[in-house]
Ligand binder design. Structure first.
Ligand code: UD1
Ligand code: CA
Length: 456
């Protein structure tokens, strides 16, 4: 990897977003646009990263603190050339600089590597668009050499007919760039200091001006509105979906799949429609994920089936488990192999041993549950007294009757049986039946009350 400096221009106002949040902090796949650009930059250069920001006070630097990124404030915003001038104090004397835009989030490292491959030259990344309106046009001479870039607002009717556009992404040698930026003027329709003004200066200095083309137009698409943000979100998601499918994952509908983080899948994983994956998720071979699950920071081992509408966060799920529908696994849930967690069951900070089942309507918090335990419907671990949390231990083979409350700290012994409806406050010994509820009695000659008759 080479070490050019990368400068990301991100001071533009973003008026059309109609947002209190600076534009580049709006997210694609849960990550700020600027984060995507910085990741692409880091993928092609081990050199300095500089962000030119303008709006939102410290919001932009604050969002990327502690990552060794240098920030330059541009205030007021007088154009792209003026923006790059603000980064000059951060540029080494030697070497080269790559200029990116903070609101062009899907640029690919492969493309940037090509832009960086022309050492000593001024390289422009260009694209040929069916509708070039709004972009700066690449003006070439009769032999095809670039002579300058003309902004839409400064262009003649003939120039507006040019379909090759300036994406704004350029690479240039630092010594030359420093000199050119110092000589930019703002004598144009917008009274801005255009970065594109460096092209004629390079030619005059005898520095080669070369171009590279983009792979796909979404790479250079900028975001100026929430509608454009949503468009690029879809592009990004379909790209992620395609990569998963080509790695052997079945997606019921790649258009109804959302990944906001990293998803690693084994072979023959099937994911039904409407699922959202966040953070770091690993799914083992042959798992099936039902429709409309939200899964964040989880490890799911092979052969497990997550049924629809389950919400899983910070959980580890062993192989061949059954989870859901409508299950909620919270951080620290740890399911052994072949465990079952069914509908309306919430598990937090609890381990459930191999082959154990909690199939219906249950809360398990701060519990250690052994193997082959059966937890009846409506069981609650009462782990919290309003101030502190306590542990419930349920040993191997125990059977908890329905609608039991296990008041922690408490231990249910190995192979113990708890009668339905019990409120268990003391240790339940192993192998025994423990019942902790009022006894059923019948009053044989009891009569229902009758209404007093009127007038008496
Ligand atoms: C610029 C190019 C144009 C190109 C287009 C591609 C110039 C003069 N024009 O257009 O040839 O086709 O990009 O989208 O370079 N920015 C700042 N400070 C400023 C102005 C802009 O940081 O003072 C940043 C913006 O945040 C944005 C980028 O620079 O990330 C481009 O700004 P924008 O206004 O969208 O582009 P134009 O200047 O219209
Ligand atoms: Ca502009």
């Amino acid at each position: 990897m080479s070490t050019p400096t990368v400068v990301v221009l991100a001071a533009g106002k973003g008026t059309r977003m109609r947002s209190a949040l600076p534009k580049v902090l709006h997210a694609i796949a849960g990550k700020p646009m600027l984060g995507h650009v910085l990741d692409a930059a880091a993928a092609v250069s081990a050199g300095r990263l500089v962000v030119v920001y303008g709006h939102g006070g410290d919001a932009v630097p604050g969002s990327f603190a502690g990552r060794g990124i240098r920030f330059a404030l541009q205030e007021p915003q007088l154009g792209t050339g003026h923006a790059l001038q603000q980064a000059l104090p951060h540029l080494p004397h030697e070497g080269s600089t790559l200029v990116l835009y903070g609101d062009v989030p899907l640029i690919r490292p492969e493309t940037l590597t090509r832009v960086l491959s022309h050492e000593g030259a001024l390289c422009l990344l260009t694209a040929i668009l069916p509708d070039p309106a709004g972009y700066g046009r690449i003006i070439r001479d009769a032999s095809g050499n670039v002579v300058r870039i003309v902004e839409e607002k400064d262009a003649t009717a003939e120039q507006k007919g040019v379909r090759e556009i300036n994406t704004g992404i350029i690479a240039a040698p630092n010594t030359a760039l420093r000199d050119w930026l110092g000589r930019l003027t703002n004598d144009n329709a917008q009274r801005e200091y255009y970065l594109t003004g460096v092209v004629p200066m390079a030619i005059a200095d005898g520095i080669a001006v070369v171009t590279e083309g983009v792979g796909a137009t979404w790479e250079i698409q900028g975001v100026n509105s929430r509608e454009q943000l949503a468009e690029l979100e879809r592009v990004h998601q379909i790209n992620r979906a395609r990569a998963l499918m080509s790695a052997g994952v079945t997606l019921a509908d790649p258009a109804r799949f959302d990944l906001r983080g990293e998803l690693i899948c084994g072979q023959d994983v099937t994911i039904d429609v409407g699922c959202v994956f966040e953070g770091q998720v690993t799914i083992g071979a042959d798992c099936r994920i039902g429709a409309y699950c939200v899964i964040r920071d989880c490890i799911i081992e092979g052969g497990t089936h997550i049924a629809p509408f389950s919400h899983l966060e910070g959980a580890r799920i062993g192989h061949d488990c059954r989870v859901g529908p409508y299950a909620r696994l919270r951080p620290g849930a740890d399911l052994g192999a072949q465990a079952h967690v069914g509908n309306f069951v919430e598990v937090k900070n609890s381990s459930i041993g191999q082959g154990s089942k909690a199939n219906h309507l249950t809360y398990l918090g701060d519990a250690v549950i052994g193997k082959d335990v059966n937890i009846g419907a409506g069981t609650i671990t009462c782990n919290y007294d309003g101030a502190n949390k306590y542990r419930t231990v349920i040993e191997d083979g125990a059977f908890i009757g329905s609608n039991s409350a296990l008041v922690a700290p408490v231990t249910i012994g190995r192979n113990a049986t708890i009668g339905a409806g019990s409120t268990v406050t003391q240790e339940a010994p192993p192998e025994q039946l423990t019942v902790a509820r009022g006894r059923q009695t019948t009053i044989a000659d009891w009569k229902r009350p009758v209404k007093a008759s009127p007038g008496k």
